[in-house]
Design a protein around this ligand. Structure first.
Ligand code: 13P
Length: 287
């Protein structure tokens, strides 16, 4: 069964740890993340960008795949299926398709329009028991065509959006999607502290989890971050392990070309990355 992210994030906020959102791209990705969460007894959020949604043949296909896997693999830890950086239309489509959580990223709209659209979705999600993530202050970098300049969020605007009754709030604090450039200034903890103070119990979301140094992750959690999104890092470990397998000529040995063999090292690499993150975020044994 899929659950809303509300309860797991409220527990994380109170317990001073974070739940990982790991983005999925296909069956192997999903299976690797679910099995790792179960092995570590950790709650987990599966993230789906609109681009990945199209790639995996639509939201209904994804809901079917994830629900089927939870049943077949006997996954008992809390799992939320979440739309990542959704448009208003995308959020509605995922709500209709059976997602248990959605993000509406209205950060590129003027704040009044972000508030108006977020308010409509708060009402729809509350009726259905679906968790809703909103965003203020865009996340830098590029993810599936969604490009953000990486400005820091205004704490007063964060409070306005938090007060609408969303479940969790993503706020730009100098974080970016993808790899961080060598001259990256780091997370802005002054802004995070101010947002945290204004928004009280609201679980805060840190996007761009790939490549943020451990000490910054821990400090962010201590300042109220309860959900951390990771996407690129799983892609990098999958690609590196697959490359090593092919470069070692293993696809040419015996039945090494069988996709169940060819994709196995990448699958194991995703599991290792997810494990490392769950341990760092402190969500192990919090299911
Ligand atoms: P990374 O790809 O940088 O890990 O960011 C993931 C993310 O924030 C998804 O919304």
């Amino acid at each position: 069964m899929l659950v809303s992210a509300k309860e797991m994030l409220e527990k994380a906020k109170a317990g001073k740890y974070a739940v990982g959102q790991f983005n999925i791209n296909n069956l192997e990705w999903t299976k690797a993340i679910l099995l790792t969460a179960q092995e570590l007894n950790s709650p987990v959020i599966l993230g789906v960008s609109e681009g990945a949604g199209k790639y995996m043949c639509g939201y209904e296909t994804i809901v079917g795949m994830v629900k089927g896997m939870i049943k077949c693999l006997k996954i008992t830890v809390p799992v939320a299926l979440h739309l990542d950086h959704g448009s208003y239309e995308g959020a509605k489509a995922c709500i209709n398709a059976g997602f248990s959580s959605v993000m509406f990223d209205g950060s590129h709209y003027p704040i009044e329009e972000n508030i108006a659209k977020t308010t409509e979705l708060v009402n729809a999600c509350n009726v259905l028991g679906i968790s809703l993530e909103a965003e203020v202050g865009s996340i830098g970098g590029e993810e599936d065509g969604v490009v953000g300049a990486g400005e820091c969020a205004d704490p007063n605007e964060c409070k306005m959006i938090a007060d609408l009754g969303v479940t969790m709030l993503a706020a730009g604090i100098g974080n970016i999607h993808g790899k961080y450039p060598a001259n990256w200034a780091g997370l802005n903890f002054d802004v995070l502290g101010a947002i945290s103070e204004k928004t009280g119990d609201m679980p805060l979301v840190l996007h761009g989890g790939t490549g943020i140094p451990e000490d910054m992750i821990k400090r962010a959690i201590s300042l109220g971050v309860s959900k951390i999104n990771v996407n690129t890092e799983c892609q990098l470990s999958f690609a590196a392990a697959t490359r090593a397998y092919v470069e070692a000529g293993k696809d040419l040995q015996g039945k090494g070309f069988d996709p169940r063999k060819l994709l196995a090292p990448g699958f194991e690499a995703i599991k290792a990355t997810v494990k490392e993150k769950m341990e760092l975020f402190g969500s192990v044994n919090k299911a």
